[in-house]
Design a protein around this ligand. Structure first.
Ligand SMILES: Nc1ncnc2c1ncn2[C@@H]1O[C@H](COP(=O)(O)OP(=O)(O)OP(=O)(O)O)[C@@H](O)[C@H]1O
Length: 287
């Protein structure tokens, strides 16, 4: 099973929101990372076939997804970026409704609805009205509706945005658990979410793929180049001019600076993270 994008471009007037994208996604979990406006949502809307590329082609197992129509849509579960349920239905009623829209029979719904509610840990509030739920609970209802017909492809646009730390961890675990025999693509601005969930990442920048592949492989590029060093505020001002700074942490009497580059005398070498790599890519140091 694979989704393949060939030279996929989407323009809005003069703007090339995504620009000649080429990639193949076999079964697995993929994180999509990029700054605001990089083209993540545009790409996802095309991959779920609710928008059409201006040029290029997207295929699923060799077939153009736009020619597959409902045969493709039935394979896909999707949570858009602005997904919010203000339903007066209870969680159970809402999922029965969404499941019926996706073609599940009454008999199937009877066991499928409790099953997905349990999976997203909402079984205790199954009979409460969705509009009374917290943002995180509504997002979990979103996951439940996306997976109710057991889709082979799941596309989640910023699923962890606005979630509290517990909800984020719970959500990350849910995605990791589901990832075995599916193609799952999720976008996020939270780099640590990607590292928590998967080792495959696609980094988009201004509509183009800047980097794609295994996170560990990417990190090997900057191994031995990430350091932390403690210094006082006076030194920080000049240090910032000469180094690529990842993070500055205020400690009791000093600042702890994480940076990319060459080892300074008091510096300690660190294991690189995807955040370090992202800063490295954005700096243009990456050839
Ligand atoms: N319907 C539209 N009409 C005009 N321009 C659009 C439309 N949709 C997206 N764009 C533009 O295309 C570019 C990519 O937008 P997109 O929403 O895909 O980015 P994104 O990576 O999802 O951003 P964010 O992280 O802020 O959600 C942006 O410049 C955006 O303004």
């Amino acid at each position: 099973m694979e989704i393949k994008a060939e030279n996929v471009t989407r323009t809005f007037g003069m703007k090339r929101a995504i620009d000649e994208l080429n990639f193949t996604l076999p079964e697995g979990v993929y994180g999509l990372l990029g700054d605001n406006g990089a083209g993540k949502s545009t790409l996802m809307r095309i991959l779920v076939a609710i928008d059409h590329q201006t040029s290029g082609k997207v295929t699923f197992n060799g077939k153009d997804i736009f020619h597959m129509n409902d045969d493709y849509r039935n394979l896909v579960g999707y949570i858009p970026q602005d997904f919010e349920v203000y339903s007066a239905f209870t969680a159970t009623e809402y999922l029965e409704y969404m499941g019926a829209l996706k073609g599940l029979s009454k008999k199937e719904l009877k066991h499928k609805v409790p099953e997905v509610l349990q999976f997203v840990n909402l079984e205790k509030v199954a009979n409460k009205k969705v509009k009374t739920f917290s943002g995180g609970m509504k997002r979990r209802v979103g996951i439940a509706q996306a997976i109710i017909n057991d889709p082979k492809i799941l596309i989640f646009d910023e699923p962890t945005a606005g979630l509290d730390p517990h909800e984020r961890i719970r959500f990350s675990n849910i995605i990791s658990e589901m990832g075995q025999d599916k193609i799952i693509l999720f976008s996020t601005h939270i780099i640590s979410d990607i590292e928590a969930i998967t080792t495959n990442v696609i980094i988009l920048n201004q509509g183009k793929i800047k980097e794609q592949g295994n996170v560990q492989k990417m990190l090997s590029e900057i191994k031995g180049k990430v350091f932390t060093e403690e210094m006082d505020r006076e030194r920080l001002a000049s240090f910032k001019k000469e180094h690529l700074i990842v993070r500055i942490r205020q400690e009791e009497n000093v600042v702890n600076v994480r940076y990319l580059g060459e080892k300074e005398s008091g510096a300690i070498v660190c294991e690189p993270t995807l955040e370090d790599y992202y800063i490295y890519l954005g700096s243009g140091s990456h050839a």
